[in-house]
Design a protein around this ligand. Structure first.
Ligand SMILES: Cc1ncc(COP(=O)(O)O)c(C=O)c1O
Length: 410
């Protein structure tokens, strides 16, 4: 795959405000087959997909074009056309995740999606929620707040880093569940350690242990990074942010809710386009995205990002990002660094973290950036999360910089 870099402003500036409506038809979708253009320069290379990804230039341009078209004319027809792209985005996203459009809500981010579940499932006094201790706060302390509100309890458990087999991981989950457990919630790939949970095996074992348990997976680190089939995982709900691995518009996210649960989950926000009556809710999981006025251009551009994933294929994206992450892991191993993330191939992901004393992590991130032009994160150590827009050269540059500043690692 060729990675071209273009000047961001030139690309955006190239989108004509005089474009007619036809220019933002679906003709703009599905363009990225064998070349992929991003706006960043060689001195500012993102390797922090676990936090935020750049949008491909064609998605940035599409977003700008939709916004410009709205500024040109806020006529009802024009707005309806652009809002209509939301449904197209929904069906593309649903198909790629192995779900139906009616099971996908287009919300603002993973935090919001997680909180729809936390606050929306019927949790009562005496119920128990079981959480992996590596969950993000929006899927962690958010449950504590809700449990306090309704009189439920929260139980956390760990999966030790040296866990060696999928069965052992599953056993840790099952050991945490009791007859009072109403819901189990965990992160698909941890943002803290990069540990990839065997989600399908966990869900199957949980259902065997307690058939009516509600299972939520936070997919912030998997949606767009990993080839996912939610039907095969048999999870009840799943969340993600387009601005992370999906390389889509910022402040757009998704919530998948399995069909049979949609009626039993309360929405957090009820606004346009819910309707005027209690029972007027939009069809299926759309009831969770009746959030009032959105950035319609951003929501529409989700479809363009989805088209890119279709063209590259989720499996192809996963393979490329994992190839880069494996090269990174191997090169760092050769340097003799200590890893926070696992090196067990059963659980590795494209989130690679090496150990750095807390007081040096920010300094090291800055030095690595100044020296190599690679943007990493001081999260849990030095966190590097390469994606399709990275190259082997980027990996070699970040490793060379870590070697240069190795004195900061201990
Ligand atoms: C696992 C996980 N969940 C949730 C979030 C929150 O994502 P957002 O800020 O897009 O809502 C993050 C952000 O890093 C994350 O890593």
């Amino acid at each position: 795959m060729t990675v071209e870099r273009r000047d961001f402003l030139k690309v955006v500036g190239g989108a004509s405000i005089a474009s007619s409506l036809t220019t933002y038809s679906t003709a703009s979708l599905g363009t990225a087959t064998d070349s992929l253009a991003f706006g960043f320069t060689d001195e500012n290379v993102p390797m922090n997909a676990a936090n935020l990804c750049p949008m491909p230039s064609n998605v940035t341009a599409a977003h700008a074009r939709y916004a410009q078209a709205l500024d040109l004319s806020l006529s009802a027809d024009n707005r309806t056309t652009i809002v209509g792209f939301k449904e197209e985005a929904r069906s593309r996203v649903a198909a790629m995740l192995g779900s139906s459009s009616d099971e996908i809500a287009i919300v603002r981010n993973t935090s919001e999606a997680n909180n729809v579940i936390v606050q929306g499932i019927p949790l009562q006094a005496g119920d128990e929620v079981v959480l992996w201790d590596q969950n993000h706060p929006s899927n962690g302390v958010a449950w504590d707040v809700q449990a306090k509100r309704v009189g439920a309890t929260v139980r956390r458990f760990s999966v030790p880093r040296d866990t060696n087999s999928i069965d052992e991981v599953v056993d840790h989950f099952i050991a945490a569940v009791s007859d009072k457990t109403t819901a189990v919630s965990f992160t698909h790939i941890s943002n803290i350690t990069g540990f990839r949970t065997p989600a399908a095996e966990i869900c199957a074992a949980l259902r065997k242990r307690k058939a009516d348990v509600f299972i939520h997976i936070d997919g912030a680190q998997t949606w767009g990074a990993v080839d996912i089939d939610l039907g095969a995982i048999e999870v009840d709900s799943f969340s993600g942010s387009a601005h992370k691995w999906f390389m889509g518009p910022r402040e757009v996210g998704i919530l998948y809710v399995r069909k049979q649960h949609i009626d039993n989950i309360w929405p957090n926000i009820v606004s346009i386009p819910w309707g005027q009556m209690v029972d007027d809710a939009p069809a299926g999981a759309r009831k969770f995205d009746a959030l009032g006025q959105r950035d319609d251009a951003a929501v529409a551009a989700l479809g363009d990002a989805a088209a890119l994933h279709e063209a590259l294929t989720p499996a192809g994206i996963e393979a490329r990002s994992m190839m880069l992450a494996d090269r990174l892991r191997e090169s760092l191993q050769d340097l003799g660094v200590t890893f926070v993330s696992t090196s067990n191939p059963l659980f590795t992901s494209s989130v690679v973290i090496i150990s750095v004393p807390r007081e040096s992590a920010r300094e090291l991130t800055g030095k690595v950036y100044d020296d190599s032009g690679i943007i990493t994160a001081p999260t849990g150590g030095l966190r590097m999360s390469p994606h399709v827009y990275n190259t082997e050269d980027h990996i070699d540059r970040v490793v060379a910089a870590v070697k240069k500043f190795k004195n900061l690692l201990s």
